[in-house]
Write a protein that binds this ligand. Structure first.
Ligand SMILES: CC(=O)N[C@H]1[C@@H](OP(=O)(O)OP(=O)(O)OC[C@H]2O[C@@H](n3ccc(=O)[nH]c3=O)[C@H](O)[C@@H]2O)O[C@H](CO)[C@@H](O)[C@@H]1O
Ligand SMILES: C=C(OP(=O)(O)O)C(=O)O
Length: 428
């Protein structure tokens, strides 16, 4: 088993380059199979396990995938013959559900195994299904496989999402972009990755308007073609490094970011006493004094992102006074709290609320990355804690953070990946 070993107490200084956004890239790769003519060259792809997993899935159904340089791939979908994706990889990640929208759009049918992803609570897909059905598809779930058929073809429709869902918004865009007529998605998600996927599809020839607002209009087109595209910078990876810089009382400049996408985290950090300087595509985060506690509610974009709640809870744990986190999106996104408590944090969880009393310091311990962002939280905790921290189950971290230990070492952290003889305990 691999673990991360961190010697805490080093302040982070210097520059860190932010990678392409996981949550955009995991939808853009499946979207690329929609090309009826030509290849897609996709750049600024994060080098993370979720992307490697998707590349394998696409190759399994017949796509040709070629790497070009470090973070660019070329996808040629002309060899795809199958509408079925039920392999081992599909189960490993959440975003494999985008294969449903993409295959349905391409073939009028799709059979995809139920997706996996972070164990952060019940993760229904009823809004995806509602969207596919509104477009004229029949949906059947059998033996853990989602089977979607549109024998008469897909027809544009109006869909009002009952909850703001990133996945359902993107999946309906994918399914609708070659449907007959116009589809309107109301109460749509507005996250930067939703906009990025719409931009990618438009670069392929789709006609999608309104992405980034809560009403998206998709006018079906007959034909999509290949394109060249660069994935938007990762808002969540950037936020994680911003929090790490503040927590270690460091001075870090993030390169390759879109400051607008980070407004909710920037505002929260400023409220806590952190200094932030925004450039055109950079953000400098510095912090000399102890930060103070604040209240945070997770909300769909442009609210504070749930994916940064766990990393922020570490900074709040060592801030002066009391903080309250309200987690409004996922019902089980406080699993990291028990791990933080091992390091001396004072946190009480009641339902969707975590009550945090700031402590003077954290101390190193053996902890577990219970999910992806919990893992990022443990890394930040290890960086600020006194002594040594080891983090296990780091496969979760590898799903979403490119070279986390190299990037942090570049900022002066003492962190390394170690191999142990222990077998990994699979808890999800
Ligand atoms: C690969 C990816 O992009 N993952 C992100 C995506 O997950 P994901 O797309 O799975 O999350 P959603 O935005 O769909 O979920 C938001 C809320 O809607 C609910 N819901 C969702 C779909 C549905 O059909 N029915 C339903 O009730 C969920 O239970 C949750 O409470 O957005 C989440 C919310 O920003 C992030 O935490 C994840 O990192
Ligand atoms: C929850 C996350 O990922 P996924 O939806 O892929 O499980 C995340 O990126 O924080």
């Amino acid at each position: 088993m691999e673990k991360l070993l961190i010697e805490g107490g080093k302040r982070l200084f210097g520059n860190v380059v932010i990678s392409g956004a996981k949550n955009a890239a995991v939808a853009i790769l499946p979207a690329a199979i929609l090309s009826d003519e030509g290849i897609c060259k996709i750049d600024n792809l994060p080098q993370i396990e979720d992307i490697y997993c998707l590349e394998k899935m696409l190759a399994e159904i017949g796509a040709s995938i070629k790497k070009e340089g470090k973070d660019c791939i070329i996808i040629d979908p002309s060899g795809i013959k199958s509408h079925i994706a039920t392999g081992e990889e599909v189960r490993k990640m959440r975003a494999s559900y985008y294969l449903i929208g993409a295959l349905l759009s391409k073939y009028g049918k799709a059979e995809v195994v139920f997706p996996g992803g972070c164990p952060i609570g019940v993760r229904p897909i009823d809004q995806h299904i509602k969207g596919f059905e509104a477009l004229g598809a029949k949906v059947l779930i059998e033996h853990g496989i989602i089977k979607v058929y549109a024998e008469e073809g897909l027809k544009g429709s109006s869909i009002y999402l009952d909850v703001v869902s990133v996945g359902a918004t993107i999946n309906i865009m994918l399914a609708a972009c070659k449907a007959k007529g116009t589809t309107i998605i109301e109460n749509a998600a507005k996250e930067p990755h939703v906009v990025d996927v719409a931009n990618f599809l438009n670069a392929m020839g789709a006609n999608i308007k309104g992405a980034g607002t809560d009403v998206i209009k998709v006018t079906g087109v007959e034909h999509l073609k290949g394109c060249e595209y660069s994935v938007v910078p990762d808002q969540i990876e950037a936020g994680t490094y911003m929090i790490a810089a503040a927590a270690t009382k460091g001075d870090v400049t993030l390169i390759n970011v879109i400051p607008k996408h980070l407004e909710s985290i920037t505002a929260k950090l400023i409220e806590m006493g952190v200094d932030i300087e925004e450039g055109e595509d950079t953000i400098r985060v510095s912090c000399k004094d102890k930060t103070h506690g604040v209240n945070v509610k997770t909300l769909p974009y442009p609210g504070f992102p749930t994916d940064l709640q766990q990393p922020l809870s570490v900074l709040l744990s060592i801030s002066e006074g009391r903080s309250i986190i309200t987690e409004n999106i996922w019902e089980a996104r406080f699993k990291h709290v028990d791990e933080l408590k091992r390091m001396g944090a004072n946190i009480k969880v009641e339902g969707k609320i975590a009550l945090i009393e700031g402590v003077e310091k954290l101390s190193g311990a053996d902890v577990v990355a219970t999910d992806l962002r919990a893992g990022a939280a443990m890394v930040i905790a290890g960086l600020v804690a006194e002594g040594y921290t080891t983090i296990s189950s780091i496969r979760h971290i590898d799903r979403g953070y490119e070279n986390i230990e190299d990037k942090l070492r570049g900022l002066g952290a003492e962190i390394k990946r170690i191999k142990t003889d222990e077998r990994e305990f699979e808890c999800d």
